[in-house]
Design a protein around this ligand. Structure first.
Ligand SMILES: [Fe+2]
Length: 189
């Protein structure tokens, strides 16, 4: 059960966001993660309240685009700060939300339907930085299905991409379009 003032949450998170409004980790990304998550939840039976809260919180405390080791735990701390202030959620939902936020830059897979949906929703927006999401790194069957759709899209950056210019920085990609550096993934990609 939850009682959530989404408008107030979005206003608060946006007001406190430390990066420019056009950041790759900013509100426009949060909105796409929400849309991806709600689409995934139609089949994954994830908790949509947690998915929507994850979208707004998960990158809300990111401090820079590339070298931020712990945006997830700070996002989870923000969740704990605002619970009871701008939203109410049961203990089970709170645990799922905090876990999803905390691990989202460090973990590829989760067997939990709600956490897996959150992770997949985030990864499905990798196209914003010129990276094709890789089905191998998705947690849910529907997430993998959507990945395949993306990879067969005419707008796909291309499986043979080796280097991509992303926000003024060169990122080495594998033949599948996935970053070759695990540390890069931990930075939020
Ligand atoms: Fe994100």
């Amino acid at each position: 059960m939850s009682d959530i003032n989404y408008d107030a949450l979005w206003q608060r998170a946006t007001a406190e966001f430390a990066l420019p409004p056009g950041s790759a980790h900013g509100p426009s990304h949060w909105k796409r993660v929400e849309q991806n998550g709600l689409k995934l939840a139609q089949k994954t039976v994830a908790r949509t309240d947690v998915v929507k809260l994850f979208a707004v919180f998960h990158d809300s405390k990111r401090q820079n685009e590339f070298n931020d080791p712990e945006p997830g735990p700070r996002g989870a701390a923000f969740v704990r700060e605002l619970r009871g202030v701008l939203f109410q959620i049961d203990d089970e939902g709170m645990a799922l939300l905090c876990e999803a936020c905390s691990v989202h830059t460090a973990l590829h897979h989760s067997a939990d339907a709600t956490i897996g949906t959150c992770l997949d929703a985030d990864r499905l927006d990798l196209g914003r930085v010129g990276i094709v999401p890789d089905p191998r790194f998705m947690s849910t069957a529907f997430g993998r299905e959507l990945c395949v759709e993306l990879s067969s899209s005419p707008s796909r950056p291309g499986s043979a991409i080796v280097m991509s210019i992303v926000i003024g920085r060169r990122i080495r990609l594998s033949a599948t379009g996935f970053p070759t550096s695990a540390s890069f993934i931990k930075k939020g990609y």
